[in-house]
Ligand binder design. Sequence first.
Ligand code: AMP
Length: 530
Amino acid sequence: MKETLFSNLASLCDKLARTTRRNEKIELISDFLCGLEEEEIAPAVTQIIGIIFPEAERGSLEIGYSTLKQILERKEKQTTLLPVPLTILSVRMYFDEISASRGTGSRQKRQNLLESLLGEASPLEATYLVKMIFGEMQHGVSEGLMIEAIASAARIDPELVMRANMLLGDIGEVARLALIEGDSGLRRIDLQLFRPIKPMLAEMAYSIGEIFKEGKRWAFEYKFDGARIQIHKKNEETRIFSRRLSDVTLSLPEIVELSGKFKVGEAVFEGEVIAIKNGKPLPFQELMRRFRRIQEVEKVRKEIPVKLYLFDILYIEGTTTIDMPYEKRWNLLASICPALLAERKISQDVSDVEDFLNRALAKGHEGLMAKAMDSPYTPGKRGKKWFKIKPAETLDLVIVAADWGYGRRTGWLSNYYLGAIKEEGDFDIIGKTFKGLTDQGFKNITQRLLSLKISETKSTVYVRPEIVVEVAFTEIQRSPTYKSGFALRFARITRIREDKSHMDADTINRVKEVYEKQFKRKGQSGINPG
Ligand code: AMP
């Protein structure tokens, strides 16, 4: 087999960065994929879109910008005598070794591996390797575009490629199957136990009336303020996955015990765990302590008891149920675990639903979720099938920089620049805030921000955009202050979204939508005061 050189992939990326035309990008990638050997397809795809390390793993690799900068500086001074050209497969092997190194001395080992990888790279290759490591390719190739490129290379319906990707959650493997086995290879894919799929997402609704305008029949469930989990059960064995698909089984022993009692052999459930004390939900931050302190899980288990509410079932006894309508899935779920179902009301009447919302809020929950009775479960997708209804207006934004505080806040990074996702993976600032955190919160976040530092001036530290915060505000205004043209009024951090990655943050488009909807809402007796 003749291995494809990594330099070909790097120049493909360079070409992709030079064109803004979607069709041209699709054609470039599609042609490239068609020229690869079977073993090269999956690594090439993940390298092109820059997801070489699973999202959940990237942070724990502890490869900082400063480490990389040092390596690159040393590299400039060295001259390699007999360079062995990198190939797609050799790069893949380096990356595998880097993510496999764990435990004592692993930091140094990773650094050595990176050093020899970059030592073998040409300047263009090194540029793209670094971009891959940080998952910021800046050439405008989203997962959606890659799916179209795979479909075009394999001459398959993009919808089928998308479904396979939703179920497998491994776009490299999907590409390999599509190109090698074609249509029938993709049709064979089903949900697999212990392999989590991305959760279905909800759109924000600004009034209950707006939901009914969609012209469907709706069910409303309490929206619990906790952590979403996917429970995979096969007879005696249970594994639990977080919203970001990491395995959190060890943090939730009581949920494992509980699932052991479900009267079903094989199944995948979805639900929300919340922390409770004296029957009342505790703030989300409390629950997050459960996920951070694995060593003392037995102790924390007593301090922060959790309660599980189930709201979906995705697989049962060998059958994937995601294409079934919501109501049918709910009935299946109800037949297995009736005692754990989320509180629910089926109603097509605004004032009825308002009462139900008020009841949810009075019990300390976050709001309601509206679900279309006939809707299938679409993993990883946001559509008009699920709506969330929350009384306060919030956006999930990413901290991109922070100012040093003064007075009482001297020594802390305490004023945060908040970014929303711009079209191609970078962030536009839409506001700044120093409100909402406790003193301890300021201290913690200062440390984390310093570890993400890219550059700094006397007053400001610029960071890698990784920390996602939920920000409440009263209004979005048009403003020349920031390049985005928007500014938040009275912004305040309501919590740190440890469960979300920077890629899950809200987009500028979303900010624009919220801005526009404000006008429609004003003067109505909406559910969003403020
Ligand atoms: P958000 O995180 O604000 O985008 O809201 C969506 C999240 O609400 C989901 O990811 C779940 O974690 C959570 N949630 C709480 N209750 C429900 C429910 N009954 N159905 C679906 N999601 C729920």
